[in-house]
Design a binder for this molecule. Structure first.
Ligand code: NDP
Length: 499
């Protein structure tokens, strides 16, 4: 008789091997996306030709997708002037009419979500199931949510006489291109401001497609202007005649912007980097926690400012936790972002890949132990295998610096006090996660963690009603919820800046 293994025996197999299952390819078709060869700048409701262009590529295979305009300071000034002109009517429009435009945008985004999801994955490298199930529904939900506030600002801020700020310059990163656009544009418009938006150099295409949504929604010209380009375009926007800057990106650039804006009277919000602690107590539901830890760091290839990139495990469960984590990592499917089975897609750019490689090398050099599950990475494009480091000291670069890639650093603790001390031992303060069955411990931890968002028994949960933002070098100001409206308003009759 041949020896049969039971299902229970198979499940209790402890070695961290990948499952034997193979998945047939399930690629999403790109036919739904119609790309132009060359894009101009979207200013005053028109496509304005740019003098120079750069090529935007697909990170999955480095193939060129389109030529995109490089806006110079004159283009930025023209966009700001268009926004200023549009502000006069837009800010005086009956707020219920402003709400109608936002509802329309929300609905059109939902209707065209497949097209946007495919384009987002193509240009950014993130798995289609994430852009389809997370980025697009959330982007649409932000417009729906803020549409609801547009005619209720007096009730949102009672006795404070809210007024729009004016023209908002908004600079967004490449990790959630459309979602960051929605986080920024929706509250700005609901509050009666007009906007000049600068998408990231590597991921401009969904913002450019969004211009077509604005056309469909018949948004008045100049209310939203989109200027593409590199960092110099962002810098020109910071220096331009705007009333407010809203920036999401690296702490380094955020600090530079803060210096430029100081003394100008421009309002400023900064959403910067993070090095979140995910804290696992020995009474947590371990399988559920492992899912959350995996999601916390490998979601969007770890290109997430609030990624749970430091895992703190209580010493008493260190071994089973790491074993389960490695087994789960071995089942992650890395590959074509447009394949519906893919869990981990392509790294966004060559520069970002080099940065990840440099920090991973530093981790090895400093003495941490690396584990990467066996996985075959495509030959073309930018790829990095899901990685976990154990044996990490708090002083290592991989425990201190934001890697912004699929790399997890594991540390240990014994007591809740020690977990708090270690979790807070970072210049950042954006997010944290706590895994425990004890409600009182969740509250105790949440009060002590210096993080703008603390998730309990979950991670990376977003909702338009919930404010998001950081402490310390993770920035200031909040996006989402009522708090997200405040930076786009002045109160008690305070004059708007710059016009
Ligand atoms: P940056 O901060 O450089 O980019 C963010 C945005 O700012 C982009 O639109 C960028 O344009 C623009 N920008 C760049 N330089 C300037 C400037 N001097 N003035 C005004 N705007 C500017 O981030 P990177 O894309 O270079 O990423 C580097 C690191 O930043 C990552 O490794 C990660 O650690 C962190 N990061 C954090 C994010 C977050 O959500 N907190 C998001 C993205 C990055 P362009 O794209 O054209 O350079």
């Amino acid at each position: 008789m041949t020896e049969q293994t039971t299902d229970v025996e198979k499940r209790s197999d402890r070695s961290p091997v990948p499952s034997g299952w193979t998945y047939a390819p399930a690629p999403e078709s790109t036919d739904i996306v119609e790309l132009q060869d060359r894009y101009g700048l979207f200013i005053g409701g028109q496509w304005v030709p740019a003098k120079e262009h750069f090529t935007t590529v697909a990170p999955r295979d480095e193939s060129p997708l389109a030529e995109v305009g490089q806006a110079g300071p004159e283009d930025v000034a023209r966009a700001v002037a268009a926004a200023r002109e549009a502000f006069a009517d837009w800010s005086r429009l009956d707020p219920s009419q402003r709400a109608k435009y936002l509802f329309r945008i929300a609905r059109i985004l939902a209707e065209r979500s497949r097209e946007f999801a495919v384009l987002e994955s193509l240009n950014g490298g993130k798995p289609i199931k994430e852009s389809r199930d997370v980025d697009l529904p959330l982007a649409s939900a932000h417009f729906f949510y803020y549409a609801g506030w547009a005619d209720k600002l007096e009730y949102a801020f009672p006795n404070r006489r809210p007024k729009p700020v004016g023209v908002a310059g908004q600079i967004i990163p490449w990790n959630f291109p459309l979602l960051m656009l929605a986080w920024k544009i929706a509250p700005a418009l609901a509050a009666g401001n007009t906007v000049v938006l600068k998408p990231a150099e590597t991921t401009p295409l969904t913002a450019l497609l969004f211009a077509d949504v604005l056309r469909q929604a018949e948004l008045p010209p100049g209310v939203v202007n989109i200027v593409t380009g590199d960092g110099s375009t962002g810098a020109a926007l910071v220096d331009s005649d705007v009333d407010k800057i809203a920036f999401t990106g690296s702490t380094e650039v955020g600090k530079a912007i803060q210096r430029r804006v100081a003394g100008t009277g421009k309002k400023l919000t900064l959403e910067l980097g993070g090095k979140a602690a995910n804290i696992l107590f020995d009474d947590a539901a371990l399988d559920q926690a492992v899912e959350g830890i995996i999601n916390g760091i490998y979601f969007n290839q770890g290109h997430v400012c609030c990624a749970g990139s430091r895992l703190f495990v209580q010493e008493s469960i260190y071994e089973p936790a790491i074993e389960k984590l490695k087994r789960r990592m071995a089942t992650l499917r890395v590959g074509d972002p447009l394949d519906k089975n893919t869990d981990v897609g392509a790294i966004n750019s060559r520069e970002q890949l080099s940065r990840i490689e440099e920090l991973v090398q530093a981790g090895k050099d400093e003495g941490a132990e690396i584990y990467q599950p066996p996985c075959r990475l495509p030959e073309k494009g930018y790829w990095f295998a899901p990685t976990v480091f154990t044996n990490v000291a708090q002083s290592y670069r991989i425990a201190q610096e934001e890697i912004f890639g699929p790399v997890l650093s594991v540390l240990t603790f014994r007591t809740p006090e020690e977990a708090v001390d270690k979790a807070n031992n970072t210049p950042y303060g954006l997010s944290a996660g706590v895994w425990t069955e004890k409600g009182s411990r969740i509250l105790w931890m949440a009060q002590r963690l210096r993080a703008g968002v603390v998730w309990a028994n979950t991670f990376n949960r977003f909702d338009p009603t919930s404010p998001f933002g950081g402490y310390k070098e993770s920035g200031f100001g909040r996006e989402g919820g009522l708090h997200g409206l405040e930076p786009y308003l002045t109160f008690d009759g305070a004059e708007t800046f710059g016009g």
